[in-house]
Design a protein around this ligand. Structure first.
Ligand SMILES: NC(=O)c1ccc[n+]([C@@H]2O[C@H](COP(=O)([O-])OP(=O)(O)OC[C@H]3O[C@@H](n4cnc5c(N)ncnc54)[C@H](OP(=O)(O)O)[C@@H]3O)[C@@H](O)[C@H]2O)c1
Length: 289
């Protein structure tokens, strides 16, 4: 079984390549494929003829999407369309990675997790462009898995964002006397290694459709930061602030917790708590023994 991973050097892509090593992996780096160019996608797929395509490529800088909406829609929407069209043409299964930020744009913040059957209301351009990408995938590629994920942390760090929240908190805790972190955005942190393992199972099935895949449990960025520092043995104080005290270009959801409902219905939601996943991550990065 040949699996093409688009974005193999990214945070999720690199863990996918490791986890899927028992498959015949084709790594399609940005220099091998430009998803905004349909001919480039066609050439890459005709050369390798994968049975399964996993598209992790995206314009992931949420604030920059507000100032560069054309780039956001070009990569996150039309790029997703191009991959879906060409995956369908070669009858491949397609895994398309999406985001919790398709949710949370309602005027009243939710307090209960979103299932795959809730109607998305994106709060910002990033979420809109990713949702429009999902819609192309649904309509254009029959054998699709749309996988919504949230707040990723993985050993490679996000290439688009230049690292991840865990590393940023550890670095800042060593540089500063105290940290201030937003306490009114709630979500489920997700370890890319755990996510990659679940995707490795999903692609062997015919359970097509939309999936939420996150680690178990929820937290705010403040809670997440406190737990990172606690586990890393750093005593720098963390002060909670509100989103209004930390203005950003893109509006963030106050609550974007994803319920792994589809997995649960299949009896397949064995994702571990995010705190346990964090311990594994910190060990693998050498932050703790
Ligand atoms: N990071 C998060 O917290 C988070 C949260 C929710 C959802 N997601 C979704 O999860 C997925 C993976 O995120 P990640 O953190 O692993 O991202 P990442 O580290 O930035 O990796 C994205 C990869 O895609 C490649 N790429 C970007 N634009 C491309 C294009 N036009 N054509 C071909 N390749 C392109 C990048 O290559 P270059 O670096 O060489 O350009 C990079 O290898 C994305 O779909 C994202 O929307 C992420």
């Amino acid at each position: 079984m040949k699996v093409a991973v688009i974005g193999p050097s990214g945070q999720l892509g690199s863990d996918l390549c490791k986890t899927l090593a028992h498959f015949d992996i084709v790594s399609l780096t940005h220099s091998d494929i430009e998803i905004t160019d349909i001919q480039s996608v066609k050439r890459a797929f005709s050369r390798h003829h994968p049975d399964i395509v996993i598209n992790t490529a995206a314009f992931v800088r949420v604030d920059d999407c507000e100032t560069e909406p054309d780039k956001a829609f070009l990569i996150n929407t039309l790029g997703a369309r191009n991959v879906a069209v060409m995956a369908e043409e070669i009858s491949a299964k397609l895994v398309h990675i999406s985001t919790d930020y398709v949710f949370g744009g309602e005027p009243e913040a939710r307090t209960t997790p979103y299932t795959e059957f809730d109607t998305p209301v994106p709060p910002n351009i990033y979420g809109k462009s990713k949702l429009a990408g999902e819609q192309f995938v649904r309509h254009l590629c029959r054998r699709h898995f749309i996988v919504r994920v949230s707040a990723l942390f993985g050993t490679a760090g996000s290439s688009g964002k230049g690292g991840n929240f865990v590393e940023t908190m550890i670095r800042l805790a060593k540089e500063r006397h105290q940290l201030t972190v937003v306490n009114d955005q709630v979500f489920s942190p997700t370890y890319t290694k755990d996510l990659a393992s679940k995707i490795a199972w999903l692609i062997t099935t015919e359970y097509y459709g939309t999936f939420h895949i996150t680690n178990k449990g929820t937290c705010s960025w403040y809670d997440f930061a406190r737990e990172i520092l606690r586990q890393a043995g750093l005593s720098t104080p963390v002060i909670p602030i509100t989103s209004d005290q930390y203005p950003q270009k893109a509006r963030r959801p106050r609550y974007s917790v994803l319920d792994n409902y589809h997995l649960r219905l299949l009896g397949a939601d064995d994702m571990r708590p995010w705190q346990e996943a964090l311990t594994h991550y910190l060990k693998s990065k050498g932050h703790i023994p």
